[in-house]
Design a protein around this ligand. Structure first.
Ligand SMILES: Nc1ncnc2c1ncn2[C@@H]1O[C@H](COP(=O)(O)OP(=O)(O)O)[C@@H](O)[C@H]1O
Ligand SMILES: N[C@@H](CC(=O)OP(=O)(O)O)C(=O)O
Length: 452
């Protein structure tokens, strides 16, 4: 039995959904189907999840919601009309969209979570009906009934591990395909909470582990995971096989094609993942497997980069001699409820790297004020935009000279680095760099490592 997940681009309109239908219909093992909300149909299109978040904000602000509601309904109507679905199905979807703003929510974040989750929730209901209408019986399964219990973080929830017992009890003996909306679960109090953005991949991995699937197929709009983001370099080399840890590091550092948290359930269950293209389903795609099953001919498997960071640079002489110094910094971060991503340090310097999306200005101001007052640094600099490049490969373990090979093309092109961190993970080297130099650096490293 396979668990298959289709991303937003694979479900953006009727034409795409017909391809999805054919893929599932061609293999009886594709039994459990996790779906995203309709995604972008073209470059500047807006994902239904983002439309729903606009609707949520308008509801919070008590401004006019008529237009945005119409736009959301239109996305589902277009899909239903493509398959000439009976009108009653649309009436049910419309009613649920209208009802969203009438309900009571525990907080604004829970409101946003419930609105956002409806992208998947409504799509899964519609898809089950479309598939049945096309002659492949399918049943909608609410994540509540599948047993997806999550903790109380409304917009970045994690699964409670007790969920797996319940998921394992899902009845697979029926002849119907089971259609499960991705991206969200329910808290113990019964509220909807979503995973972080892109989180339908996580639902797919959870279902694959909970049901001990033979394979987790993740369908998207590219034929492989490439050694570098294809938006930076055209026609990069595809990766045929990679290890779980390689994928985790690469997706953390910018390979948006697969959510970094979705690797964890796969590792725990030893589930093989196959990334495939909805528009070219016969292509083999990329397999993500345990490290023992990957043969490495090259040191580097992939190069990822992300601009989503900010950094705080701190300099003070004899910083390394002061007992409890790091603890003081961490206490200040805790006081402002700030989590950090990395903290590389030298004898007199420290850089703290943050994920910008997890910070608000008030936290930044408070943290800087307290560090200035309590730590009295010689220099304190806030870098609002900071990029990380991650060079990843199981083949780099114990490999002499890997760092030189990576850094030398940068010095040749006069690209300076703000930070180099090697050793914390044996399979990766992390570089800190100014955002405007990031793509140039990625290209230089790619050309050095992959084109010989
Ligand atoms: N290394 C990479 N290999 C392949 N795709 C990548 C890579 N890095 C970033 N991407 C981007 O990820 C996109 C697929 O992810 P996403 O848009 O989330 O798809 P989905 O709608 O299927 O969830 C690709 O179209 C591509 O632009
Ligand atoms: N629809 C959600 C969850 C998701 O996984 O979407 P996609 O498959 O389009 O990345 C989002 O936009 O975040």
């Amino acid at each position: 039995m396979k668990v298959v997940k289709f991303g937003g681009t694979s479900l953006a309109d009727g034409t795409q959904l017909k391809r999805v239908f054919d893929i599932i219909n061609s293999d009886v093992d594709r039994k459990v189907v996790v779906v995203s909300a309709p995604g972008k149909r073209f470059q500047d299109d807006i994902k239904v999840t983002d439309l729903l978040l606009q609707y949520a904000q308008a509801t919070i602000d008590d401004t006019d919601t008529k237009e945005i509601i119409q736009e959301i309904k239109q996305r589902y109507h277009a899909i239903a009309d493509y398959f000439q679905m009976p009108h009653e199905h649309l009436t049910q979807i419309d009613a649920q969209i209208d009802h969203l703003s009438q309900k009571h929510y525990r907080s604004f974040d829970y409101l946003k979570a419930a609105f956002a989750a409806h992208g998947e929730y409504l799509n899964a209901q519609l898809i089950a009906k479309v598939f049945t209408h096309l002659g492949m019986p399918a049943k909608f399964i609410d994540p509540k009934d599948a047993g997806l219990l999550v903790n109380d973080r409304p917009l970045s929830a994690s699964l409670e591990s007790s969920s797996y017992q319940k998921i394992a009890q899902l009845d697979l003996s029926t002849s119907e395909r089971l259609i499960i909306p991705g991206f969200f679960g329910y808290t113990a109090r019964g509220d909807i909470a979503t995973f972080s953005r892109g989180g339908s991949d996580i639902t797919g991995a959870i279902m694959a582990r909970g049901l001990n699937a033979d394979l987790y197929e993740n369908f998207t709009d590219v034929s492989a995971i490439y050694a570098v983001n294809p938006n930076i370099i055209s026609n990069p080399l595809p990766i045929h096989h990679m290890s779980y840890d390689e994928m985790r590091e690469l997706s953390y550092a910018g390979f948006a094609v697969f959510h970094d948290e979705a690797i964890i359930p796969a590792i725990q269950g030893g589930i093989h993942i196959n990334i495939k293209n909805t528009n070219a389903p016969d292509e083999p795609g990329t397999f993500i497997v345990p490290p023992t099953e990957v043969r490495h001919t090259k040191a580097v498997t992939g190069i990822a980069s992300s601009n989503r960071f900010a950094a705080l640079y701190l300099h003070r002489y004899l910083l390394n001699r002061e007992v409890g110094f790091t603890l003081k910094i961490l206490e200040i971060l805790k006081r402002h409820n700030v989590s950090y991503e990395h903290m590389p340090s030298g004898i007199d310097d420290l850089t703290i790297i943050f994920d910008k999306s997890l910070l608000v200005q008030e936290q930044i101001d408070g943290m800087i004020a307290d560090i200035t007052e309590e730590i009295k640094p010689d220099t304190l600099k806030w870098l609002p935009n900071y990029s990380i490049i991650m060079i990843v490969g199981e083949g780099m373990r114990n490999r002499v000279g890997a760092l030189t090979e990576i850094v030398s093309p940068l010095s040749k092109q006069g690209i300076s680095l703000q930070m180099v961190n090697q050793g914390a993970s044996e399979i990766s080297i992390m570089l800190g760099i100014q955002p405007d130099l990031s793509d140039k650096a990625v290209s230089a490293i790619y050309n050095q490592v992959f084109t010989d």
